[in-house]
Design a protein around this ligand. Sequence first.
Ligand code: KIV
Ligand code: ZN
Length: 388
Amino acid sequence: MTDKLIIFDTTLRDGEQSPGASMTRDEKLRIARQLERLKVDVIEAGFAASSNGDFECIQAIARTVKDSTVCSLARANDRDIARAAEALADSQNARIHLFIATSPLHMEKKLRMTPEEVFEQARLSTRFARNLRDDIEFSAEDGYRSDIDFLARVCEAVIKEGATTINIPDTVGYGIPELYGNFIKTLREKVPDSDKAVWSVHCHNDLGMAVANSLAGVKVGGARQVECTINGLGERAGNCSLEEVVMAVKTRKDYFGLQVGIDTTQILAASKLVSSTTGFVVQPNKAVVGANAFAHASGIHQDGVLKARDTYEIMRAEDVGWSANKIVLGKLSGRNAFKQRLQELGVELESEAETLAAFSRFKELADRKSEIFDEDILALVSSGVGLA
Ligand code: KIV
Ligand code: ZN
């Protein structure tokens, strides 16, 4: 089994399904270019048959992006698949991603089809897609709530018809890491020739476990593609977050033993671009890309990171695009952090006694003000001391 983990970004398709997150063609193109700079392996650019606008977005992205595979979603029917192929026609590296639901609930209530009808439709539409392009992904929608033996039959059939990636979504975010990971593992074991396809996970975040479930699908299940979005954007509570899954695999390479091709220094720019484009604000304590992800406020932590950053940092802020970590001066800060900030501001105090006096004025101010800015410090020391 390969040690490369494929990163499939679906910000422009599943992410856009987030209510209020719809994007214009130009906005999508800008994000697609940033995803290419980020070096994601696959960009799901949209759902060609869903509207003429989406078709045009996919076409424009397929004509622009060269270094990532560009993908369109399609329902498992000839019309949708042909439309996806048409939108992708100008791309060298294109993927058609077709899907049909396989859970009893979805088949009976939503599709109103019998399992045998779904089986046949999955098989024949994969064949149809494979006649149009070589890179074909098949998704079993609501796969995790499907009967595993039926799902295994469907997967076996679509692999025989030439599907190159098999994706098992946890469409409604129902999974628990251990259970989802084992589901993928058992499913792969049940499918003859399972190693002819790359196995993929696609987890929604309804119970806040999309990243954990995806990582279990990789580690326990043996999946080698993760579907994710920037900032975890997506339907309802969102999708697996790209920045979290990538940094988990990189930071804990000792555990996962996998390579990802992402240029992590582009992560923050991607996060800011998606946030400003969609108007979805990133919460300050969001892992990796939140404003506080590399900020230290407590005196003990500030003292620790000033002595050795890895005392309280497991990744480098600079590695994901921040210019530096951040020492937030406030009432919990200690003398070391205060002195360090004076130094950064070019302030030289003449004696230790002066420094202590300035520090005590700083503490008084910090009791009244939740965050102390550089301007506050300059004002505080400017009475009677020289600036270097
Ligand atoms: O969540 C899901 O099941 C999907 C599929 C269409 C891939 O987004
Ligand atoms: Zn989804």
